[in-house]
Design a protein around this ligand. Structure first.
Ligand SMILES: [Zn+2]
Length: 338
């Protein structure tokens, strides 16, 4: 679906600049820079496909509409109604690496998570892990000193070198017999050294993804997430949070809340001091379907009347449902986002 839209409306989309997926659409930096601080680093503008199948855009900061963007880009309004599939380009969208998140420990990269958009095999996005080839294997495999060597995955399996670089890809079936067996890498929390170094008095925000961790860190919060998004939470990660006051920040969809429930259960068993869960409401800054802390904060920051993102986040967390200690979760009132 997203790829289809990118093909159909490629001309417009390319000129609006980089996009970030958000809910069923995307966010982009509003092109009307003079109406925003810092060239709209908050990504205030939304792009989506409306019910009638045409492209729509709106800036939640300055109020610009798709007509304003159309005028700015110098494209006719008709360009936003390219619903006819005959217009589709036979453009094969090539996967592009759009973000790399390093998971570190003791000053070393344990592994990296890459986000590709569009993804591989026609998917809208793909996450890939890679880790440095273990030292003991570097010698065995004749990797020259100082040359980068990567294993494309963190699970146990057989990996085979492809291409001229020292990059080893997972391989199954017949071809696996020429590969090397590599153990599983221990999946650690994102920003684990920073988490361990943080004062126990500081709350720790647990988000679904690394992007929101970075956005919260930019506001001087301590934040972390697991590497698998909403699909998996390992209990070993909860042990890292024992004794802490934790705020779980789900993405705003059923999968996100289910994930948050599992995280809360695990955190309580691990003995956190307290855990709060943010529930997004229908309020003015609601992040929209699938959105999370980053989207909510982008809307707060785009609103010059609002408090700073940091103050707003603290207030939101304090009003969130709190679960204390072991046993039946105690649900406090006033739990929705404004
Ligand atoms: Zn704007």
């Amino acid at each position: 679906m997203q790829c289809d839209v990118l093909n159909r409306y490629g001309d417009i989309i390319a000129r609006l600049g980089p996009l970030r997926p958000a809910g069923r659409g995307w966010l982009f930096r509003c092109v009307f820079h003079d109406r925003h601080r810092h060239e709209d680093r908050n990504w205030s503008a939304s792009l989506w496909v409306g019910a009638k199948g045409h492209l729509l855009a709106r800036c939640y900061g300055c109020g610009a509409t798709w007509r304003d963007y159309s005028a700015y880009l110098g494209v006719s309004l008709k360009e936003w109604f390219a619903t006819n599939r005959s217009r589709d380009r036979e453009v094969k969208m090539k996967p592009k690496l759009i973000a790399t998140f390093s998971y570190r420990l003791d000053g070393n990269v344990v592994y990296e998570k890459q986000r590709w958009e569009p993804g591989f095999d026609g998917r809208s996005k793909t996450f890939r892990f890679r880790r440095p080839l273990p030292d003991r294997l570097r010698a065995d495999l004749g990797v020259p000193p100082g040359v980068a060597a990567w294993v494309m995955g963190i699970t146990a399996g057989v990996y085979v070198r492809r291409g001229d670089d020292y990059v080893y890809y997972p391989q199954t079936g017949q071809d696996a017999k020429d590969g090397i067996a590599i153990d599983q890498e221990n999946p650690i929390l994102y920003r684990l050294p920073e988490l361990r170094a943080a004062s126990p008095l500081q709350p720790v925000f647990v988000t679904e993804g690394e992007k929101d961790v970075e956005i919260l860190r930019a506001l001087r919060f301590t934040a972390t997430c697991g590497p698998y998004g909403s699909s998996t939470w390992l209990h070993q990660w909860s042990s890292e949070l024992a004794g802490r006051r934790v705020v779980v920040v789900p993405d705003n969809n059923p999968v996100g809340y289910d994930h948050a429930d599992r995280v809360v259960g695990s955190l309580i068993r691990a003995g956190v001091a307290s855990v709060r869960v943010i529930h997004w409401g229908e309020g003015r800054y609601d992040p929209g379907p699938g959105g999370g802390a980053g989207n909510w904060l982008a809307r707060i920051e785009a609103d010059r009347e609002a408090r700073t993102g940091r103050d707003a986040m603290i207030e939101l967390a304090l009003r969130a449902k709190e679960y204390c200690g072991v046993g039946t979760p105690r649900i406090s009132p006033g739990a929705t986002a404004e």
